[in-house]
Each structure stands twice: as structure tokens, then as C-alpha cells.
Design a protein around this ligand. Structure first.
Ligand code: GDP
Ligand code: ZN
Length: 546
């Protein structure tokens, strides 16, 4: 792609395909202005042309070529076909190099409507010498021309795809240069270390000996920075992909009511007759910036009713695929055999597959600490229960209808134990949940869908179990994406190998091999050391026109 950007000029409709009042065609490259001169006639020039044509002084084509757009100025006029017939009344905006998104000459034509006019004007630009842009090609040029580093370019795609305000804010923070700058600084530090070592290999005798403890300290500092950057990965993943949370439980415990209370809609039908939620109801909510899909499943229980049976099967399947499962029980009724049955199904079925989010890069990203819930004051009280087995989706026990239940939770929290421990104990002592069952849940929360008591705590528990770090006080910050996370993990592992080479007192050559690997891995993030294949895979995921 690097060579292509020297030669050809690209064009695409950059606005959405849906109906709109205006579409924008963007043209970028050396021929952007000559193409604009063929396709567009400013109104003022059109008037002049008519006068001169009347006086037969020159041809229309001459007049069009003579028109030169000024940078960052908007012109009103007509887009014309090859014969000079008007295709649309348009606005033209020229942004001349280097003051444009791509750093090349860029011309934008704003046409009417969503479809026909834009397509005709684009077609005309292609006839006039432009080539249809590939997905992400404008941003690729911005990167190749040094306008954006690679991490910033990826933030552009994330901003376009953002589903929540928090996700958009995070992408904006990335676009401002967060990830790229930090990684570039780390890469420079690695290069400095590398130079110091390389010099020793070649001219050992002439130089003072290496200050090994200082070296190790610098490598450790780098590793810490890497770990901090990697800690943002989970948040970024949550902001981008969101979370599927299944509500399960026997009929009439308040699943649909909870879904409605959390989403603030009347989406699920709530009635006092057991088993009314026959199918799966989805509701989208945003908790802490994370887009969450709540799945309200049919009451899970043995049933001879065909309709309900299908519902039950689907609810079990839905729960299996969810990133998190909430077992809702009726706190007023207490723990019963039906609840026990469902709990058993949950923990036997969910252990079969790893939860979608516990992929290797995110779990290894933050060593032991962050992945096991260090966000909650660093205690590991719930490490024993993570749903159906170690790699299963986390499970939450929700004691609903606490407004109807007599409980004395407040007194329980005073004896120095953490909130979560006391919630577990409360479930066992007040509501009769067997201790062995309670311990399988990563968290226990008491709620009332009727009075909204405990809903805030429920939301916090969901975020905590999802591994979302607490948002910084200043709001959402940048987060590394999956590709960047993988490269940073490689860099971190390379630095670990350097450290062990040093402590094993291997020759300096061995240190430099791994240090060089770290430099390369870091360069992949900011874009200094990136292969064409990687670029292709990144930019092909963009939409056309960006
Ligand atoms: P589902 O079958 O599990 O979806 O249960 P529903 O959401 O349909 O609720 C069953 C009944 O319990 C309805 O009459 C609700 O109004 C009632 N209900 C649900 N949650 C609560 C709650 O927290 N407190 C009280 N008092 N009633 C509730
Ligand atoms: Zn329901």
C-alpha cells in the first residue's frame, strides 16, 4: 500500500448507506484537485462561463480547468457529467496537503440524499481518474503519511464502532495518542538499553562495566508499565464487545421484573402466574459504560407443557452461551428443591466450555491479581466460586424479593468480614442456601425488583465479576485492544526472558536477542515495526470510506 499512495487517487462515499439528507464523497490523492476540476463547477464560474460562452470566447472545459479551489474553503456549485449535464447541486470542500485527514490533497463533495446522487457523482469521480477506495484506505494513508500512529488509526475504527458513550470516550482517548505514545516511549527505552548492551558486545574492554542492577531496575520498570497498559485490556474488551448476562431461575422469582428494573423498560411480560416468560427476552442496558445484553429465560423446570419445555431448553442453551449467569431465587420463599435443581444444572453445564471472555490474552494480561477480582479492595474472597468451574462463566446468586423477606443483613457486616463474605453467609443463614452451593457463586446479592433495593449493588457485582476495572476518576481512559494486547504480552515475556538471562549470568548476546524481540513487539503496536500483512488485517476491518 505504501507505493500505491504515491500514485493513485482514491474515492469513496464516506457517509452511511442509510437514508440521509446529505452524502459525502471523499477524494484523496495527487489527482484530487484535477478530478474536482472535471467533476465540479462553482456557481460563480458557471455564471462567468455562460457569459463567455455567449461571447464564444472559450470552451466550458477550459473554464473548469482554470478554477482552483482554495484549501479549507467551501464552494457551492454543480457536479457535472462528462457532457456537462448537471448531476446534482453540491458543496465542495477542498483540504489541500498536508492539512487533511490523509495528509494528501483531499476534496469532498456533499451531495443530496443517501443514494442516487452520491453514486452518480462517485461514478463520475472514478471516470475522471480516481480509484474506489478499499476499506480503511483513507486511514491507512493517514498512517503511512505519519498523520496518525497505528494505535490512533485503530482508535478511529473503534470510535466508528462504539456502541456506548463510554466506548466512544475510550476510543477518543486512544485517538488522542494514549496507547501509541506510551508504547513508543517504552520502545525508545528498550532501544536505549539495547544500544548500551550492543556497545558492550563490540568494545567491551574500552568501556566501564555494565551497571547490571541499574539495568535490571530499568527492565522491571518497563515490565510494570507493560502490565499497567495490559490492565486496560479487559475494560477495552468489555466496552467493545459488551457482555451477555443470562437470568435463570424457577418461574415467578422475579427474573422478568429484574430485567425490567435494570433496563427501565416494560419489555418482558410480568405476571403473577408462574411460567409466563415463555421465550427468551433480550434487553440492552449500559452498566458502567459496558453494553450488556440481559437474557430473560423461561422458568427452568421440568415441564410436560410443550411450549414451556421448548422455552426451558432454550433458556438452558442461552445460559450456557452467556458470559455470566444470574440465578434468581425468591428470598421470601427461601431456597427450595427447584432452585437446587437449577443450580446443579448450571454448574454442570457451564463447566463444559470456557467463558467467552476468559481468552488467553486477557487472563494472562494481568498476572494473578487483576483477573481474580482485585478491583474489589484486593480481597480474594470469591476466588473459590467462579460459576461452573475455573474457566466457566461467573455465576451470581440473586436473592430477589428481599422486600418481602425478613433478613438482618446489616448486623452481619460488622464483624470485620468483607461485604461479599457476609452476603454469602447471609444466603446460607437467612435463606437456607446450602453452604456448598452458595460457595459456587462468585457473588451473592439481595435485591428487590419492586423497591429497587440492591439494584446498584447488583450492577456493581456484574462489573466486578466481568473483570471491569473501576473507572478512573477522570472518566474513561484509553484501553489496549486485542491485537495490541497480544503484542504487549510478547514484549513483556521477552523482557522476562532478558531478566532471567541476566540472573542466570548468560552472555550479553543472549540478553540482546530478547530485548530486540521486545523492541519489535512494541513497534507493532505503534506501527514502527509492522508488516504489510498486519496492516492489511487491521485496515480491512474498517468500513469503506474511512
Ligand atoms: P419470573 O417468572 O421469574 O420472570 O417472575 P416475574 O418477574 O414475572 O415476577 C413474578 C411476580 O413476582 C410478579 O407478580 C412480580 O410483580 C413479583 N415480583 C417480582 N420481583 C419482586 C420483588 O422484588 N418484590 C416483590 N414484592 N414482588 C416481586
Ligand atoms: Zn419472567
Amino acid at each position: 500500500p505504501a507505493a500505491a499512495s504515491d500514485t493513485d487517487t482514491i474515492a469513496a462515499i464516506v457517509t452511511g448507506s442509510a437514508q440521509g439528507a446529505v452524502s459525502i464523497i471523499r477524494v484523496s490523492g495527487k489527482a484530487a484537485v484535477p478530478i474536482a476540476q472535471q467533476v465540479f463547477t462553482p456557481q460563480s464560474a458557471a455564471a462567468t462561463r455562460r457569459r463567455r460562452a455567449a461571447a464564444a470566447q472559450c470552451t466550458a472545459a477550459d473554464e473548469r480547468a482554470a478554477w482552483q479551489p482554495e484549501s479549507h474553503k467551501v464552494y457551492y456549485g454543480s457536479a457535472l457529467d462528462a457532457e456537462g449535464a448537471v448531476l446534482d447541486e453540491v458543496l465542495l470542500l477542498a483540504m489541500l496537503a498536508p492539512r487533511s485527514y490523509t495528509s494528501e490533497d483531499v476534496v469532498e463533495l456533499h451531495t443530496h440524499g443517501g443514494g442516487v446522487s452520491a453514486a452518480r457523482v462517485l461514478q463520475r469521480c472514478l471516470e475522471a481518474g480516481a480509484r474506489l477506495a478499499q476499506p480503511g484506505e483513507f486511514t491507512l494513508r493517514a498512517f503511512l503519511n505519519g498523520r496518525l500512529d497505528l494505535a490512533q488509526a485503530e482508535s478511529v475504527a473503534q470510535l466508528i464502532d462504539a456502541r456506548t458513550v463510554a466506548a466512544a470516550d475510550s476510543a477518543l482517548a486512544g485517538l488522542a495518542g494514549g496507547v501509541g505514545q506510551i508504547v513508543q516511549a517504552m520502545r525508545t527505552e528498550c532501544l536505549d538499553l539495547l544500544v548500551e548492551m550492543d556497545v558492550r558486545i563490540d568494545f567491551d574492554e574500552d568501556l566501564p562495566p555494565l551497571d547490571v542492577p541499574a539495568l535490571v531496575q530499568r527492565i522491571q520498570a518497563l515490565s510494570q508499565q507493560l502490565a499497567a497498559a495490559l490492565d486496560t485490556a479487559r475494560q477495552g474488551q468489555l466496552l467493545r464487545s459488551g457482555l451477555q448476562v443470562a437470568l435463570v431461575g424457577r418461574p415467578n422469582v422475579g427474573k422478568s421484573s429484574l430485567l425490567n428494573a435494570l433496563s427501565g423498560t416494560e419489555r418482558a411480560i410480568v405476571t403473577a402466574i408462574a411460567g409466563t416468560t415463555r421465550d427468551i427476552v433480550e434487553a440492552g442496558v449500559v452498566i458502567g459504560g459496558v453494553p450488556i445484553t440481559l437474557l430473560d429465560t423461561a422458568g427452568m423446570r421440568e415441564s410436560s407443557d410443550m411450549v414451556e419445555k421448548i422455552g426451558v431448553e432454550r433458556s438452558v442453551a442461552a445460559a450456557r452461551q452467556a458470559d455470566m449467569v444470574m440465578l434468581v431465587v425468591d428470598a421470601a420463599a427461601g431456597w427450595g428443591p427447584e432452585d437446587a435443581e437449577i443450580a446443579q444444572q448450571m454448574f454442570t453445564s457451564s463447566s463444559s466450555g470456557p467463558a467467552a471472555w476468559s481468552s488467553d490474552w486477557s487472563s494472562s494480561s494481568s498476572d494473578e491479581e487483576a483477573s481474580s477480582g482485585s478491583t474489589s479492595s484486593g480481597s480474594k474472597e470469591h476466588a473459590n466460586g467462579s460459576g461452573g468451574g475455573k474457566r466457566g462463566a461467573p455465576a451470581l446468586l440473586v436473592l430477589n424479593k428481599v422486600d418481602l423477606a425478613q433478613h438482618a443483613e446489616q448486623q452481619q457486616q460488622q464483624n470485620g468480614s468483607s461485604l461479599q463474605q457476609s452476603a454469602h453467609r447471609c444466603a446460607v443463614q437467612q435463606f437456607g442456601v446450602p453452604a456448598a452451593v452458595a460457595n459456587q457463586f462468585a457473588a451473592v446479592v439481595s435485591t428487590s425488583a419492586a423497591t429497587r433495593e440492591g439494584l446498584e449493588a447488583l450492577q456493581q457485582a456484574v462489573l466486578r465479576l466481568a473483570g471491569a476495572p473501576q473507572l478512573a476518576p477522570g472518566g474513561v481512559s484509553w484501553a489496549v485492544n486485542e491485537r495490541q494486547g497480544e503484542a504487549l504480552i510478547r514484549a513483556k515475556e521477552a523482557l522476562q526472558r532478558v531478566q532471567s538471562s541476566i540472573s542466570d549470568e548468560l552472555p550479553v548476546d543472549f540478553w540482546t536477542i530478547d530485548l530486540r524481540a521486545a523492541v519489535l513487539a512494541l513497534g507493532e503496536v505503534s506501527g514502527e515495526d509492522v508488516t504489510e500483512e498486519v496492516l492489511d488485517s487491521i485496515f480491512s476491518r474498517f468500513c469503506i470510506g474511512k
